[in-house]
Design a protein around this ligand. Structure first.
Ligand code: PEP
Length: 252
């Protein structure tokens, strides 16, 4: 089975000092020749320019953002503009991470505005969906995902659909050390793909939730899992390298 391009995407959240970043890239550069999959990192917004510069020099990693505003421009203190990200040459933006949904109350309707604005400026969008533990236990998983998709991805122009990527991240698996099983993840990914009305076969669908070097291979074996969105394990170069190595092997 030929895999869609495998993507390993690190979400660094509000972590990493300049010294840690420098160390990370020195370690990562050691595997440059083996890298066949896409290796992407979303650092804190304040570090995007620095990482863009380092990534340009090392040549193997693309840089993205963890969030963007739903507003085009103006008096929105502290916000991150999609146009500003595009201006910097940023590759992608994560929209709707469960921490944004739960800690900052971002609704599917609000996220839809972010998705459309980011795409308008040519950014690839990693749109996150996933159910909480209570929702899974009450058999709501597929309803929840369906609503997140239908509202959050409303009105995407057909000509911009190629910019969409999706991350299935069950909330109960994020940062808990308890990953979904490969079968649970594949079931959700197949469901998500079945709901996409444009570009369904080509759309990259990532799994996120306690991905580590020791569980990535079993996830990547599945037809609808095209890579991973990785929190904790992406902070350590050794782990991220191992994940990228698995991603590269899955593409051969
Ligand atoms: C995430 O934050 O998107 C994530 C999946 O975190 P972790 O890999 O640490 O579970």
């Amino acid at each position: 089975m030929k895999k869609r391009a495998v993507h390993m995407v690190g979400n660094w959240k509000m972590n990493q000092t300049l010294e840690e970043i420098s160390h990370f890239f020195i370690e990562m550069s050691k595997m440059k020749m083996e890298l066949k999959c896409k290796a992407w990192i979303a650092p804190q917004a304040i570090h995007i320019s620095i990482l863009k510069e380092i990534a340009f020099t090392t040549g193997s990693i693309q840089i993205g953002a963890q969030n963007c505003s739903e507003h085009e421009a103006g008096a929105f203190t502290g916000e991150i503009s999609a146009l500003g990200l595009a201006d910097l040459g940023v590759e992608f933006v994560i929209v709707g991470h469960s921490e944004r949904r739960t800690l900052y109350g971002e609704s599917n309707e609000l996220l839809n505005k972010k998705v459309l604005l980011a795409m308008k400026h040519g950014l690839k969008v990693i749109y996150c969906v996933g159910e909480s533990l209570a929702e899974r236990e009450s058999n709501q998983t597929f309803n929840i995902i369906e609503t997140q998709l239908s509202v959050g991805l409303k009105n995407i122009p057909v000509e911009l659909a190629h910019l969409l990527m999706i991350a299935y991240e069950p909330v109960w698996a994020i940062g808990t050390g308890k990953s979904a099983t490969a079968a649970e993840a594949e079931e959700a990914h197949a469901f998500i793909r079945s709901k996409l009305t444009t570009n369904a076969e080509q759309t990259i669908i990532l799994y996120g939730g306690s991905v580590k070097p020791d569980n990535i291979d079993s996830l990547l074996c599945n037809e609808n899992i095209d890579g991973a969105l990785i929190g904790g394990a992406s902070l350590k170069a050794q782990d991220f390298r191992a994940l990228c190595s698995s991603g590269s092997t899955a593409m051969m």
